[in-house]
Design a protein around this ligand. Sequence first.
Ligand SMILES: [Fe+2]
Length: 181
Amino acid sequence: MSKLLVRKDLQSELKRDVSDIVKEIEGDDLKVVVFMENTEPAPKVKPKVIRFGPTLTLLEKLAERGQVEPGVAKVMFFSPSTGRSRGLTPNMMAGFQYIKPGVSTKPHSHNMASIYLVVRGRGYSEIDGEIFHWNEGDVFVVPANAVHSHTNTGETEAILFDVTDSGLLENMGILEFKEKE
Ligand SMILES: [Fe+2]
């Protein structure tokens, strides 16, 4: 039998009588922990449903504004309980992309990988120079660091849902996005 040891801050007690030496070692970005600290259980992420109806209305309004890219809108979701990772779970994030007919998204890359589901519409994605056509219901994969853009070739809007491992990378402090100059 074993039990989970929950973190208790005993540092000031453990550093008693040695605090002068500890201060000599510590710096701006360096702290000394005396003896191994126990783990702290991560906050629980609550189960949830993201409603498509209001999300679609939001996407339509954002695409109309075209603030980030003309004719394109993107929304992502995260659970604040995941802290720095800003994931929907500690490792994963999810979001929708809305692309107006005839519009292409800006080519870019990131070190998170993405799995897409085509919720509506048809078009293609250029992934590392290769064209991949898709239709409603199809699933496609953009590997980490692949340069990609999506184009809507249909008469109605294209809606893509994607799940990425951005939470994991953000949590490790190594998430990166790149855009062609
Ligand atoms: Fe992307």
